[in-house]
Design a protein around this ligand. Sequence first.
Ligand SMILES: [Zn+2]
Length: 293
Amino acid sequence: MSILCVGPGDAPGGARGSARRPVRRRAVRRGVIPSTGHRPPPTLAGMSDNGTARRPLVAVLSGAGISTDSGIPDYRGPNGLWRRDPEAEKLVTYDFYMADPDIRRRAWRMRLESPARRARPNEAHRAIAELERSGVPVRVLTQNVDGLHQRAGLPARKVLELHGTARSTVCTGCRARAPMEEALARVGAGEEDPPCRACGGILKSATVMFGQRLDPEVVAAALAISKASDVFVAVGTSLKVQPAASLAGIAAEHGARLVVVNAEPTPYDALADEVVREPIGTALPALLRRLAA
Ligand SMILES: [Zn+2]
């Protein structure tokens, strides 16, 4: 399976998206299973005497679980709302969306009524932004399309949105982008399927729909950050959706200390230096404070 491939039954969220087996095989071969508890929890202070002037880089991979405290349900994950409702899944599947005006009208209605539209960042988003403001090099790789890391104060250039953003629209004809709220204002005013004002083309959310490829430049940047990271924190993600899941293993292979913060077990728990099961809204701020102490 290509790391760029996205599609129902494949990735993201597909049942075949699990990275469990390759990681386990690699880990067993290297004799690093189980690492949980074998090393003390990572701290940046413990890494700063590595003989280089470079400050340790913290990569945070965030999934739907970090935004549930902000009132956004998990739509896209393996057990997400879209996966449990084939009719809803059509609204976010590229071929259906492009082919059927009725699907588009329903998709615009869904966007207009989405709780994500007015969601606010929570303590976990704010803790990551505070870590960055404190001077620690931080990069966020997110599976979320809600823009809440940036709203919490993290500079946009430090956030890689693997699945795009629901805060913008993109024209499928001329590729022009515009704020989502502009299109939603038109929908609210009675345009059920607002076309691109520049070329008349079909507008969509600037998210990666099922059946669309991830942006290869974004994936390449995410890989580079994962390889360069000294600490890799996976938070609120099942680590079953590719390519995001594989980033955790790639970071660990390249020497990063791996921390998993998730309510449910993940395929990468055995590879992690630390696994945290407590609620993200309290656990992540505490973890990041300890990391930077
Ligand atoms: Zn256009």
